[in-house]
Write a protein that binds this ligand. Structure first.
Ligand code: C2E
Ligand code: CA
Ligand code: CA
Length: 511
């Protein structure tokens, strides 16, 4: 049935909406925390890079000062200056060795005294700094050489890479920190690499020293933002989960309390809350049960039994009346079908139908399915169409009523006398019964005009050869009057109120 599919989709949509309500604050909160964590890491990386630059500059100040003091000695014989070279090494904490240069030749070293090695100024970044991967004395050990030159003379002072990598490790304990000089760079493990600086995955900050020719890059490893969040924000995560649950619950409640009656009815239909009640219809002469009218009740889980006039208008408005009536017919067929072998004469079963049910031929299938549940000929299915809501005579409705008649389905005009159906209308739709509205029956013995209308309707139905049913018979006086006027069928509290299926089936066996 299309309705079932539609409803399932709706319920799924409701669950999805509840989930979205719950997820929304969590997702938004996590996004905000993520942004916050990124900002915190950016700031952290920036502070780390700034501090590293400051430390390296302090060390280089120390190294540069040694070079400045030695530069005036360049060109003097090595033997005369070796002591001065060694003195700088001893006095200055970060200076590992000192050397003097003349005409781009290193000729005197604090380590070896007299020495000979060509100096290539091109090796030095901006002619000043060279990050080497060791020298013949300490191969594979980082070394930063500071070069100061003036005219033909020059001084080279070296800074041990151990101090540099120590800074990278200590300052950047949670940070990846790299020192770049020209084409070479140093990592925290003390290794010198060639080539461009690698990109750091998270919050990379690159700072140039304004005083020396080096660059520091700080950042974090992949996934650091989430790691940071899980370390720093667990209480906020709990709070977000709490908000998520609250928001999901609110979403769920709001949807359940959805004020849309059609939504609530759709739920009720799926839950099988619309059930048939049966009111007996008796023969005018014998007062034996001739059939029953099926009346819908809503067995609401909270409100109890709801009268149809309180919800049928909404059901008509939303179009739900069609599947609701279909469900009512299926339930009726399932309840009464098995009893049909015991019916001695055709039992009338009246079903109330609205105009919206007559807009396509689906009703024919519904009736066929209904009749199939009974022993052939054991019932008369009577569709009751209220006079207040006239059906437009169109090609479709004509085909519909022809098909219904071909199936043996009878048509009754309900609440007759309250609307304005013409004789032509009664003929057009091949009506079988008129149901006199209970307001006329109630006026028997009270109001002369109403009684006059009642008499006219009874006369009219006799002339048109239509069966006639009087509704709302409550008193013996009303019953007697109608019987005297040869009304074929009577229905009202005098004979039986609408009752649940079990009571009706029980009573049926006595009638
Ligand atoms: P209706 O088709 O005119 O049904 C007769 C109504 O009169 C029923 O009200 C019935 O309980 C009530 N009634 C019967 N005998 C007496 C009596 O002696 N005295 C009084 N005062 N009332 C009596 P109910 O069951 O509340 O239904 C009200 C209306 O709701 C129905 O009027 C019908 O128009 C509509 N309805 C009920 N079930 C369905 C349904 O399955 N489909 C549609 N489309 N409409 C339905
Ligand atoms: Ca009716
Ligand atoms: Ca009626």
């Amino acid at each position: 049935m299309p309705l079932t599919v539609r409803y399932r989709r709706t319920r799924r949509t409701r669950n999805v909406l509840t989930l979205l309500c719950g997820l929304l604050p969590v997702v938004l909160g996590v996004l905000i925390l993520h942004l916050q964590a990124e900002r915190a890491l950016q700031q952290h990386a920036h502070e780390t890079a700034t501090e590293a630059v400051r430390q390296f500059e302090l060390m280089l100040d120390n190294t540069a000062q040694a070079a400045r003091e030695l530069l005036p000695l360049a060109g003097q014989p090595c033997n005369d200056v070796t002591l001065a070279l060694r003195e700088q090494v001893t006095r200055r904490p970060f200076v590992r060795s000192t050397n003097l240069v003349w005409d781009d030749n290193l000729y005197c070293s604090s380590l070896f005294g007299s020495f000979k090695e060509a100096v290539n100024p091109g090796d030095y970044n901006q002619g000043k700094l060279w990050l080497m991967n060791g020298n013949p004395v300490t191969p594979n050990t980082a070394l930063l050489v500071y070069r100061l030159s003036e005219g033909r003379g020059g001084a080279l002072t070296t800074l041990d890479g151990y101090h540099l990598s120590n800074i990278l490790r200590l300052i950047g304990r949670q940070t990846l920190l790299l020192l770049q000089v020209g084409n070479n760079w140093l990592s925290a493990d003390g290794k010198v690499h060639s080539g461009p600086l690698p990109a750091l995955p998270v919050a990379q900050n690159t700072l140039n020293s304004s005083r020396y020719a080096f660059t520091v890059s700080a950042g974090f490893a992949e996934g650091e933002t989430w790691r940071y969040m899980s370390d720093e924000y667990p209480p906020l995560f709990s709070l977000l989960m709490f908000f998520g649950v609250i928001s999901g619950a609110i979403g769920h409640i709001v949807q359940r309390r959805s004020t849309s009656p059609s939504h609530e009815m759709l739920r009720a239909l799926e839950a099988g809350e619309f059930i048939p009640y049966f009111q007996p219809v008796v023969h005018g002469d014998s007062k034996n049960w001739s059939g029953a009218e099926v009346l819908m009740r809503w067995k609401h889980p909270k409100e109890g039994l709801v009268r149809p006039d309180l919800f049928i208008p909404f059901a008509e408005h939303s179009g739900l009346i069609v599947p609701m009536t279909r469900s009512l017919m299926q339930q009726t067929a399932a309840l009464l079908g098995p009893l049909s072998p015991t019916f001695t004469a055709p039992f009338h079963i009246g079903i109330n139908i609205t105009a919206s049910h007559c807009q396509d031929l689906q009703l024919v299938d519904d009736c066929r399915e209904f009749l199939d549940a009974f022993v052939p000929g054991s019932i008369n299915l009577v569709l009751e169409l209220t006079e207040r809501e006239l059906i437009e005579p169109t090609a479709i409705t004509h085909r519909l009523f022809d098909a219904l008649h071909a199936l043996g389905v009878k048509i009754a005009i309900d609440d007759f006398g309250t609307g304005h159906s013409s004789l032509g209308y009664l003929r057009q739709f091949n009506v079988d019964f008129l149901k006199i509205d209970q307001s006329f029956v109630a006026m028997i013995g009270i109001d002369a005009l109403s009684r006059h209308i009642l008499d006219t309707i009874i006369e009219l139905s006799a002339k048109l050869d239509l069966g006639i049913v009087a509704e709302g018979v409550e008193t013996q006086a009303q019953c007697d009057y109608l019987t005297d006027h040869n009304v074929n069928f009577l229905q009202g509290y005098l004979f039986g109120k609408p009752m649940p299926a079990a009571d009706f089936i029980n009573a049926l066996s006595h009638h």
